[in-house]
Design a protein around this ligand. Structure first.
Ligand code: ACO
Length: 398
């Protein structure tokens, strides 16, 4: 440790914590997790109650403002979000410039980053009115950009927002509307989607939220900070596990093949995707809710036989000593991919479906950070392991 003392006023002590597994990077009052017992609360409200009684937009208000809205506040909020769902026509053209086979998450990442150039007022992060309008714009426009990205890879014309529709219905309309007729999804599907949005809205200092805070600490505009969050979520270790679950279920193919598959997992050949979590050492509370939402969706779309494989895998794993000892339980991704697939989404859209609702969590955490007097620019230290004091060698002598 003495070697990292840089001056007389430097006490030379620092922690070495790669991936910050044991380092709190901030104080936060947004989301509480107790992974040992499987508790998740937004602003103190249990996720189970919010998923049952609330809507995604109400939850977004709760995350952003810290309190559940009154009816009047909710009406104002929903109206504001609805008013800002359209994007500038040039943003539409920007999305249109991507290759036909571009990954929709890459398109979303680029488009959200580009939004900062459309709202130069967003750099005024000290102005509460500016922070509020950027918050509203981000939450409103994310489904529009996501649906444009989907339509782009489908080669279909973009569908503009229908502001008579509720938030999840509007998203489904922009995704799937095929005729001039109004698109009104089955209410059970839009409710299931809204529940998924609620469950994915925030999860304290995960990789993407830490990216938003870290980039945001440079006082850049919130679009650029949220684009950093999307970039982090793009990675398969964060936003891509539900896709891996779906591929695994397809590969297992039938319930009869499960015992052999489980033996392979226990032998260390592969992992049971959608199981285990860095923080939850108990059943992920979101997985329980998603499991029952999946049943509701299949009532409308018809039962996907992969659900039976998933249910049987869960049953066997929860009774197996290997999984019990290691405290491996289903996580949020175990059932979500099945719902997305039933809603007609290709796997490339799965991380995008995560990014839409996580935007409210990112922006709530960003707002909290901008108001935190203790926040400085994020700047971790390092333990230097390289050479020192070498003399430059001319190229001819190397
Ligand atoms: N299947 C089989 N064994 C597993 C699994 C799994 N899914 N997860 C962990 N283990 C085993 C490990 O092999 C290890 O066993 P060992 O002690 O005999 O070596 C032990 O459990 C501990 O595993 P770690 O990798 O140390 O646990 P960590 O907390 O680092 O990993 C993670 C958590 C990455 C989520 C892991 O459980 C995993 O890879 N799960 C599958 C992928 C997945 O579902 N990811 C989504 C997470 S949720 C989210 O990001 C939104």
């Amino acid at each position: 440790l003495r070697q990292i003392k840089t001056g007389d006023d430097d006490f030379g002590l620092m922690t070495y914590d790669p991936a910050y597994t044991n380092t709190a990077s901030c104080r936060s009052s947004v989301t509480f997790i107790d992974g040992d017992v499987g508790i998740l609360e937004y602003r103190g409200y249990p996720i189970e109650q919010l998923a049952e009684k609330s809507t995604y937009l109400e939850v977004a208000y709760l995350l952003v403002y810290g309190e559940l809205p009154t009816q009047q506040q909710l009406d104002w909020w929903v109206n504001e979000i609805t008013l800002h769902t359209f994007v500038h026509e040039n943003v539409k053209e920007f999305v249109g410039g991507f290759r036909h086979d571009a990954h929709p998450m890459g398109m979303l990442l680029g488009a959200v980053g580009a939004l900062s150039t459309f709202y130069p007022d967003a750099f005024d992060i000290d102005d509460p009115a500016s922070r509020e309008i950027q918050t509203i714009r981000l939450i409103s426009k994310m489904p529009t950009l996501a649906a444009f990205a989907y339509r782009h890879i489908q080669g279909r014309p973009y569908v503009y927002p229908d502001n008579d529709l509720a938030y999840p219905d509007n998203f489904l309309s922009m995704m799937y509307k095929m005729t001039e007729l109004k698109y009104e999804p089955d209410p059970r599907l839009s409710r299931a989607l809204d529940i998924l949005f609620i469950l994915h809205a925030d999860h304290e200092q995960n990789c993407s939220t830490s990216a938003v805070r870290s980039v945001g600490s440079s006082q850049v505009d919130p679009y650029s900070a949220v684009a950093a969050g999307i970039a982090a979520l793009y990675g398969p270790l964060h936003g891509g596990a539900n896709e891996a679950v779906l591929r695994m279920l397809r590969r297992i193919e039938s319930v009869d093949n499960i015992p052999g598959f489980i033996e392979g997992v226990k032998a260390g050949n592969e992992r049971l995707m959608g199981f285990g979590h860095r923080v939850y050492k108990n059943y992920d509370p979101r997985a329980k809710i998603i499991k029952s939402a999946a049943e509701d969706v299949f009532e409308v779309t018809g039962r996907n036989p992969l659900l039976d494989i998933a249910l049987e895998l869960e049953k066997i794993a929860l009774e197996d000593e290997y999984f019990v000892q290691r405290k491996l339980y289903p996580n949020v991704d175990f059932y979500s991919g099945l719902i997305y697939e039933a809603l007609g989404l290709p796997v490339e859209m799965f991380p995008v479906m995560f990014a839409i609702p996580r935007t409210s969590g990112w922006i709530a955490q960003w707002l909290e950070m901008t108001q935190d007097g203790e926040q400085k620019i994020a700047r971790p230290r390092q333990i230097y392991t390289g050479d020192r004091g070498r003399d430059y060698v001319p190229i001819a002598s190397r």
